[in-house]
Write a protein that binds this ligand. Structure first.
Ligand code: NAP
Length: 297
């Protein structure tokens, strides 16, 4: 494996020209960071999403697939968000990608995807990639993302992070670390062909411990309110934050932590990037402004 600490290392090139990477979800939490990381490493990154990206790409509009893929060598694959059923759209996209000659796909899956519910297509996409030999692939299965606490996913409600965990823990990971791992796979796909990485943070933390760290960083006491999972999920559906069929995904995600099977720290981030995974404290210091802006009830 090449020395992945060496950011001056030349990317694998395609003939005489620099490889072009199509970054789906290119305006999202990982995609935007990956596009920047690829450009820093000398590749061409083409961001794609429904609005605000380099090219328009809409999973629900198949006519946007081929133009986005034109001239592309590698793809960062983010499937439709807040959905459970997407395997047919992804297979259609991969057919076109194959026909247009792409050589590698890095897929953003989720931690424990091999135990995901049948109704959710996360694992089906992994299996679909495994059946295709026209291009190589790498799979990223990150833990819960630290950014959930600093954005609209798990915002402070008054002085509390409200989420069902049964007091159990999870090795929350910084989206920057997921992006750094993805960049390595896209810069040197041959070195990561067939690889599966599960980016995690360096510690498994309860949300009460997360709240303690945030309290220390922002100088205001915040706590964890451990809520009944059904009440939390029904509330999210009733408020229109997630579609009704996504409840199965939320049950799986929270149930995994509640049963004590949350992500455990591993060395994947350091193994691939050469840098240790970001601690929650460092993440919280970087994002302190997000909580400072959230009003106290
Ligand atoms: N949150 C977590 O803790 C966690 C943990 C592990 C894995 N994941 C996985 O991470 C993925 C999300 O990645 P992310 O956090 O980097 O992105 P994100 O911040 O959730 O942003 C979603 C991106 O996808 C685009 N998008 C949404 N719907 C689309 C559609 N129908 N067609 C085309 N593009 C669409 C969005 O742009 P537009 O809205 O402009 O289209 C945006 O660029 C999900 O698959 C999730 O399961 C999340």
């Amino acid at each position: 494996m090449p020395n992945q600490n060496d950011t001056t290392q030349k990317p694998e090139t395609t003939g005489a020209r620099l490889p072009t990477v199509l970054v789906l979800g290119g305006t999202g939490r990982t995609g935007a960071l990956i596009a920047k990381g690829l450009a820093d490493r000398g590749l061409r990154a083409r961001t794609a999403s429904r609005s605000g990206a380099d090219v328009k790409f809409d999973w629900d509009d198949v006519s946007t697939y081929a133009p986005a893929l034109d001239g592309v060598d590698r793809v960062y694959l983010v499937t439709p968000v807040m959905r459970t059923k997407f395997i047919h759209q992804v297979a259609e996209f991969l057919n076109l990608a194959e026909a247009s000659g792409i050589r590698h796909v890095t897929y953003l899956s989720a931690y424990g995807s091999d135990r995901s519910p049948e109704e959710v297509d996360i694992r089906a996409v992994e299996l679909e990639l495994g059946q295709r030999s026209a291009f190589t692939h790498s799979i990223l299965r990150p833990a819960w993302v630290m950014q959930n606490f600093s954005d609209q996913h798990l915002p402070l409600i008054g002085d509390a992070f409200m989420v069902p965990t049964g007091g159990k823990n999870e090795a929350f990971v910084d989206a920057q670390d997921i992006a750094a791992v993805a960049v390595e796979t896209l810069v040197n796909p041959d070195a990561h062909a067939g690889a599966q990485y599960a980016p995690t943070g360096p510690q498994a933390l309860t949300v009460a411990e997360v709240a303690e760290i945030v309290s220390g960083v922002i100088g205001r006491r915040v706590v964890h309110t451990d809520i009944d999972p059904n009440a939390w999920i029904n509330g999210a559906v009733d408020a229109g934050f997630v579609p009704a069929d996504y409840a199965v995904m939320l049950h799986w995600l929270t149930g995994t932590i509640i049963s004590g099977n949350g992500a455990r720290p591993n060395g994947d981030v350091e193994k691939v990037t050469g840098r240790p995974a970001t601690s929650f404290r460092d993440f919280a210091e970087r994002h302190a402004a997000a909580w400072a802006l959230q009003p106290v009830a």
